[in-house]
Design a protein around this ligand. Structure first.
Ligand SMILES: N[C@@H](CCC(=O)N[C@@H](CS)C(=O)NCC(=O)O)C(=O)O
Length: 80
């Protein structure tokens, strides 16, 4: 699996939870912080027209909780 790429605005807000899980677990990932001026050009490429998004092996995944649980599972913090 390639290193996941996490995309969210340059904010905490709803996108902070996956970052916190990754930080606690020591997960290595790439991150892109999107400026509001860049958002109109990106919105239609995202699964639900919203951020955050995680790109894994070329596939785009959405929803902060799903991304958080994916990160947690990657570092052995979530075993369901
Ligand atoms: N249910 C989504 C909510 C995502 C969401 O509300 N994203 C907002 C930013 S916090 C967004 O992308 N707003 C821009 C838009 O809707 O155009 C999740 O949990 O990830």
């Amino acid at each position: 699996m390639s290193k996941p790429k996490y995309i969210y605005f340059h904010l905490r807000s709803r996108g902070e939870l996956p970052r916190l899980v990754a930080a606690v677990g020591g997960l290595e990932y790439e991150e892109e912080r999107v400026k509001f001026s860049e958002w109109p050009g990106l919105k239609s490429k995202t699964p639900y027209g919203q951020l955050p998004v995680l790109i894994v092996d070329g596939k785009w995944y959405a929803q902060k909780l799903a991304i958080s649980l994916f990160f947690a599972r990657q570092v052995g913090m979530y075993i369901c």
